[in-house]
Design a protein around this ligand. Structure first.
Ligand code: SAH
Length: 246
């Protein structure tokens, strides 16, 4: 028999308020999650799965009934989700093709505050992408939470104007945090295992321009490097976070 290559598996089913039926602790799922549970996880009645309630507790789900168009689960959610990462990510808006991966990556690593920021090397057209729709940004964060067995939805802010955001909002956002900009030129090595919260700025695929680095430095940022190899945005984010909070 040929080996069936499955898609990425959902490590935890994320439940929304509207999934809960009038019967306490019972949920009914259809659509994407039902298809996934049937085709990828291949559940059967009686199985037990990991489940979490969006912005709430997590625990176990017991498959009560599996029908063609819906699955009914009984849930017992008593555990808190994993601790959030004390890191705010200020990210120059990446290409639409890369955006989904980056949101999933940051969410699965535990980032709870994401600012998507304009920069000179962000193409204007990126801001028109349907991937910036509320629905898509929500969906990608849900995928990240399911991946990492987390329940707390990160906040995403869109900031289309670099200079006013940096001058007027960033000083407040960085209060009580260490502001670092990932920029492998004229930089200190990225600190290892930091105890304090961090605001981390990551550049566009073409990098920040010197003026932008100057502006960030004016509000207290210092540049940090991961070495001379230039990484792709999502690899850079994963590598930086793994180093700051191992
Ligand atoms: N062509 C650009 C590369 C940008 S890579 C340049 O040469 O500057 C996209 C972003 O990822 C960078 O702006 C930076 O924030 C981050 N990054 C990539 N590699 C890095 C490294 N080795 N150290 C620190 N940051 C890095």
């Amino acid at each position: 028999m040929p080996v069936r290559l499955t898609r990425q598996t959902m490590n935890q089913i994320l439940l929304f308020d509207e999934d809960f039926t009038s019967h306490k602790d019972h949920v009914r799922l259809s659509g994407r999650r039902l298809n996934h549970l049937k085709e990828v996880t291949r559940i059967a009645e009686g199985d037990r799965l990991k489940a979490g309630h969006l912005n709430g507790l997590q625990g176990e789900a017991h498959v009560l009934r599996l029908k063609r168009d819906a699955v009914e689960l009984e849930v017992n959610l008593t555990e808190p989700p994993p601790a959030p990462l004390p890191l705010t990510l200020v990210l120059a808006l990446p290409r639409p093709k890369v955006l989904n991966r980056v949101i999933i990556c940051a969410t699965s690593m535990g980032v709870k505050q994401i600012v998507l920021l304009n920069a000179v090397r962000v193409e204007k057209s990126f801001w028109q992408s349907p991937r910036l729709s509320k629905e898509n940004l929500f969906r990608q964060r849900v995928l990240g939470l399911e991946q990492a067995k987390d329940t707390i939805l990160p906040e995403i802010r869109l900031e289309k104007r670099f200079k006013p955001f940096v001058e007027d909002n960033l000083a407040q956002l960085t209060q009580g945090t260490i502001p670092l900009v990932a920029h492998p030129y004229d930089a200190e090595p990225c600190p290892l295992e930091i105890k304090e919260p961090v605001t981390l700025a990551v550049g566009p695929e073409g990098g920040f321009i010197p003026y932008e680095i100057e502006k960030l430095k004016e509000v207290g940022f210092s540049s940090v490097s991961m070495g001379e190899r230039i990484l792709r945005v999502e690899s850079a984010i994963a590598a930086l976070i793994a180093r700051l909070y191992p």
